[in-house]
Design a protein around this ligand. Structure first.
Ligand code: TYM
Length: 335
């Protein structure tokens, strides 16, 4: 069976972008004919500073988000990355396969490092090589992600190909496919439709958090930036209207309708009608998830137990593949 791998960083709370671009898709793939492996990527989180206590909490919170949204530990493997040492070990091999020039082309590094690249951690720079290790350690074939991760999955393919080529280990690592589907693969900031919605944006009004209550959700959509025009009659009419397009995408993502169907339903409607409908829909979909998340967060032992069992299962798949990679590399086995 084809194998899915994907991950989310525990660097602050989960957003509606994480939900629509990733978690909801993970749940869909779990229900299909895939072996599914999902990871809370704590090693990736520390590429920028994380307060240790907050990191522990955020790791449990992301795990709770997965579980509350419908990831079932009896159908999927769910674990946190740092507990399976093979990730770090394979990442080192890939650090020696990937080229500096490849890393220099990564737009996420440029965005995150900004003007201050010299002061970024070396880990932030090598980040994509660890991500390639996450995926290839399981010989995963399908990687559901939001649009912003596409370049990293493409780099993963390049790393796999170069490893296979350099070591004449034809087809050892497969070529994983990025799976970027659905109407909300790039959810934008609610105050600026040209920026991505992210966990780390400076104002909380820019994003919907998975744990926001009904009042907050309603308020954030009410204050969301739009243009003065009503919704268009056709999808074409959303061109050059990034904020309007974003709210339609979000509606589609939450409802399971296509963008065309949303436009057909709300053709010509004003924001005074569309925004409250969107807020109601978001509350309807997110409230059960966030209440289940808070219930789970009160049972830390249960979350830790699930992650621990997941790590055992993940390691059972990963270790033999790492062993083969070590053999291919020519490491002497002294014990
Ligand atoms: P992270 O933690 O930034 O985001 C987790 C997932 O959520 C998606 N996402 C979005 N989708 C749509 N709109 C948005 N505004 C939005 N914001 C985030 C991301 O695309 C991602 O799918 N490098 C990854 C984590 C990672 C990973 C991996 C993913 C580490 N190893 C291996 C796949 C496979 C990241 O930083 O995701």
């Amino acid at each position: 069976t084809p194998r899915v791998f994907s991950g989310i960083k525990p660097s602050g709370g989960l957003t509606l972008g994480n939900y629509l671009g990733a978690i909801k898709r993970f749940v869909d793939m779990q229900a299909q004919d895939f072996e599914t492996i999902y990871c809370v990527v704590d090693l990736h989180a520390i590429t920028v500073w994380q307060d240790p206590k907050e990191l522990t909490d955020a790791t449990r919170e992301v795990a709770a988000g997965f579980l509350a949204a419908g990831i079932d530990p009896s159908q999927s493997i769910l674990f946190n990355q740092s507990q399976v040492a093979a990730h770090t070990e394979l990442a080192w091999l890939f650090n020696c396969v990937a080229r500096v020039g490849w890393m220099n082309r990564m737009t996420q590094f440029k965005d995150k490092a900004g003007k201050n690249a010299e002061q970024s951690s070396l880990g932030l720079y090598a980040y994509p090589s660890l991500m390639a290790a996450d995926i290839l350690l399981y010989h995963a074939t399908h990687v559901p992600v939001g649009e912003d991760q596409k370049q990293h999955v493409e780099l993963t393919r390049d790393i796999a190909a170069k490893f296979n080529h350099d070591f004449k280990a034809e087809d050892f690592f497969p070529q994983p496919e990025p799976i970027i589907e659905g109407p909300a693969t790039r959810v934008m900031n609610l105050r600026d439709g040209t920026k991505k919605m992210s966990k780390s944006g400076e104002s909380d009004m820019e994003r919907i958090n998975m744990t926001d209550d009904a009042d907050k959700i309603a308020k954030k959509f009410k204050k969301a930036k739009t243009d003065p025009e009503p919704l268009p009659e056709t999808l074409d009419g959303l061109k050059d209207r990034p904020e309007a397009k974003n709210l339609v995408d979000i509606y589609a993502g939450l409802s399971g309708l296509t963008n065309e169907q949303v436009i057909a339903e709300y053709a010509g409607a004003g924001w005074g009608k569309f925004k409250p409908a969107l807020a109601d829909l978001a509350v309807e979909k997110l409230a059960p998830i966030s209440s289940e998340m808070s219930r789970l967060m009160n049972d830390k032992a249960e979350i830790d137990r699930i992650l621990g069992e997941g790590a055992d299962k993940a390691e059972a798949i990963a270790q033999p593949i790492l062993d083969r990679a070590y053999d291919i590399t020519g490491f002497l086995r002294s014990r």
